[in-house]
Design a protein around this ligand. Structure first.
Ligand SMILES: [Zn+2]
Length: 262
């Protein structure tokens, strides 16, 4: 029974983290300072009271509108809070240990959610997130991994090189043939980052999953929305989604696959 209360507590913390990620999502692409200043309505500039700033609950009570000017708040807020809370709860349930759960939440899950939403909205992956995330990933692997540190370091190094290298090659080839940027360099850094966590084997699975999902969902979106094939589709959310899926189920899928072929 006590475990249920811990899970609920973790979920509530997750909602608060999601609320903080929303602040970053809105302010980072505008290059606004995000460490200070109360949240304001984007439309009427009214400072948002604490009771209107409770994750998820306020959105429901306010029916998704600003209390003063009734401008819609936007669906991204509650969706991001809910996804963050569920994934942080899943990370907690996966480890059932505060240290790895906290480290992977800060170093992997939360920033992956953040860049997915920013990429969806603005088609960019800010360097301020993806670049420091790479050395942080190496440090976290060194702390958490049961292997000798030399082995962990080599695995992360090769993962960074393979993840970043393969996507850089794809990006450069595309630019040469089509004479335009098809794959952003943000995607390259993102894949290098995941390589630091999951090594070259993991990064290859993530490349495969993200490209298949990106092609299917991207084509469906273009078809249904009747947009031209030139319409840009963010690849970041697919890489991030595949990375999170691999984080939870990678070992399972790889061992299942190995049993199938061997
Ligand atoms: Zn307002």
């Amino acid at each position: 029974m006590t475990y249920v209360w811990v899970d609920i507590f973790v979920f509530l913390i997750g909602l608060c983290v999601g609320s903080f990620l929303n602040v970053l999502r809105v302010r980072l692409p505008l290059e606004e300072p995000f460490a200070w200043g109360r949240s304001k309505c984007r439309s009427c500039s009214e400072t948002i009271a604490w009771y209107d700033n409770i994750p998820l609950l306020s959105f429901i009570l306010l029916r998704g509108k600003c209390r003063k000017c009734h401008t819609p708040i936007g669906w991204m807020y509650p969706i991001m809070e809910l996804i963050t809370a569920l994934l942080i709860l899943a990370t907690w349930c996966y480890f059932k240990s505060p240290l790895p759960a906290t480290l992977y939440t800060i170093g992997l899950i939360a920033p992956l959610i953040l860049i997915s939403f920013i990429d969806l909205e603005h088609l960019i992956i800010p360097d301020v997130i993806s670049l420091p995330a790479i050395p942080l990933a190496v440090v976290i692997q060194l702390i958490v991994s049961p292997w000798p540190w030399q082995q962990t370091l080599i695995s992360s190094g090769i993962g960074i090189a393979v993840g970043g290298g393969v996507l850089a090659l794809v990006a450069l080839t595309y630019e040469k043939i089509r004479k335009q940027e098809g794959l952003g360099w943000g995607d390259v850094k993102l894949m290098a980052w995941l390589g630091a966590y999951f090594g070259w084997q993991g990064v290859i699975v993530i490349l495969l999953w993200s490209s298949v999902a990106g092609t299917i969902i991207g084509s469906l979106y273009l078809l249904l929305s009747k947009k031209s094939a030139q319409h840009p589709i963010p690849y970041g959310p697919f890489i991030a989604g595949a990375g999170i899926l691999y984080f939870f189920y990678g070992q399972l899928v790889v061992s299942w696959y190995l049993r199938l072929v061997l």
